[in-house]
Design a protein around this ligand. Structure first.
Ligand SMILES: [Zn+2]
Length: 429
């Protein structure tokens, strides 16, 4: 899930002085020139992979399609020499809208000779329903590649696969482990794979998440968290005209609860709680026995959700009608991603790497828009988590033609490959 803006041209022509600098040091193996040349060669194979991935419809509830794409991704990772498994979800965090069956994830590990642990994540599912692909098939028009789900997040999966391919072609193995995880439930808030992402990420030095970098390829170190609160009141029905005193009015209790929990937002710290949906009663002449309400919650810090839930659970003990029963369920649909020093360092190094090919790179640590799996990756790690490593793109979650900028492929392949190389050899600590 990523919000994007109309694309502007990302890539400026390489400056002449850059090539002169390369020529001067060409006698030795030059990672800048070698990786750059290889990235250019890798562009077409990446587009071929992207076409294949777009051609498999993979709505989050389309387990059949997700199994097909998982097989495709796993095969490619095996060919690249990884230890690969297709995992089925075991530990499901059931949300209000979680389907009964959740799609698989592909897990691959490449073992190197060094010590650094690096993980690459992307998601295989889309928000679209089966049958929509025919209206937005894969096609290339000028400098854009179009297709359903191409920006969110088929490009991410393709970029991960071809970054691994680049490292293999460079015969680079100085990392300790390079782990790949692609899951099939991101667009439904990752009920099946959140715990796996958190667990695997907790062992890493760096996690790169390959959602699109938006229109201008910005790396993101923070995203806001989304939660929901569900309030249920049980009362007792009775004839509203003949014997209202025999009932317990769940609607009255619900109103009391909502009003006493209406001022828990703290806008100055980005914490918001707003009651948005309510339902009570069945007939005009019956005292309602049941009433429910839902609230939308947002936070920038993980601990704010914990405190909010505690406050809510405390508040419901204060009842208007002591004989009613009040229950509150709080679910974290997505925790917020918070920037830390490690992620700041890694992202800042990214700007250096982009500088090698004459490109600017923006890093944003103000939370905007919805959350992603990067937030689950960051929950229990002290390492860096960087979101937005993917291609520049536009049109995610919309009926607009979704596309990626082809001229962002070479720079992004260069960026991820070079960052993995320097992280592994401790040029970046
Ligand atoms: Zn996404």
């Amino acid at each position: 899930m990523l919000r994007s803006l109309p694309a502007r041209s990302l890539v400026r022509p390489l400056i002449a002085s850059f090539w002169l600098a390369c020529a001067a040091s060409i006698a030795q193996a030059d990672p800048v020139a070698d990786v750059q040349a290889l990235a250019q060669k890798e562009q077409q194979p990446l587009l071929d992979t992207l076409r294949d991935l777009v051609n498999i419809e993979t709505g989050s509830r389309d387990v059949e399609g997700l199994n097909v794409i998982a097989g495709r991704v796993a095969d490619q990772l095996k060919q690249l020499g990884g230890t690969v498994e297709i995992l089925q979800p075991a530990d499901i965090y059931r949300l209000d809208d979680t389907p009964e069956k959740i799609g698989p994830a592909v897990h691959a590990v490449f073992r190197g000779t060094g010590t650094k642990k690096i993980m690459l994540i992307a998601h295989m599912d889309t928000v679209y329903l089966k049958g929509m692909l025919k209206d937005q098939p894969f096609r290339i028009d000028g400098d854009k590649a179009y297709g359903l789900g191409i920006a969110d997040d088929k490009q991410g999966v393709a970029l991960v696969l071809h970054t691994v391919a680049m490292l293999q072609k460079l015969n680079f193995k100085d990392y300790g482990t390079l782990t790949v995880l692609t899951n099939g439930d991101e667009e439904i808030s990752s009920p099946g794979w959140r715990s796996t992402i958190t667990r695997l990420a907790s062992e890493q030095d760096v996690v790169f998440s390959f959602e699109s970098g938006g229109a201008d390829g910005t790396l993101r170190l923070a995203t806001s968290g989304i939660g929901s609160a569900y309030l249920t009141v049980h009362g007792k029905s009775s004839h509203a005209g003949a014997r209202p005193e025999g009932g317990i009015n769940a609607l009255y209790e619900l109103s009391h609860q909502v009003l006493q929990m209406k001022d828990l937002s703290r806008p100055e710290q980005g914490l918001k709680l707003n009651w948005t949906v309510a339902k009570a009663g069945t007939n005009r002449n019956v005292i309602p026995a049941e009433a429910t309400a839902q609230a939308d919650a947002r936070a920038l810090k993980v601990s704010d959700f914990d405190e909010l839930e505690k406050t809510l659970q405390e508040k419901i003990k204060n009842r208007l009608l002591p004989d009613s029963k009040v229950e509150l369920k709080f679910e974290v649909r997505r925790p917020p991603l918070e920037a830390n020093d490690a992620s700041r360092r890694v992202a800042a190094y990214g700007t250096t790497i982009y500088g090698e090919i004459g490109l600017p790179l923006k890093v944003d640590e103000k939370a905007t828009g919805g959350g992603t799996d990067a937030a689950f990756a960051a929950l229990k790690t002290k390492g860096a988590v960087v979101e937005g490593m993917g291609l520049s793109g536009f049109g995610a979650h919309s009926n607009d033609a979704e596309y990626v900028q082809i001229n962002s492929i070479v720079p992004r392949l260069y960026l991820t490959t070079r960052m993995i190389m320097d992280l592994s050899t401790a040029k970046l600590k």
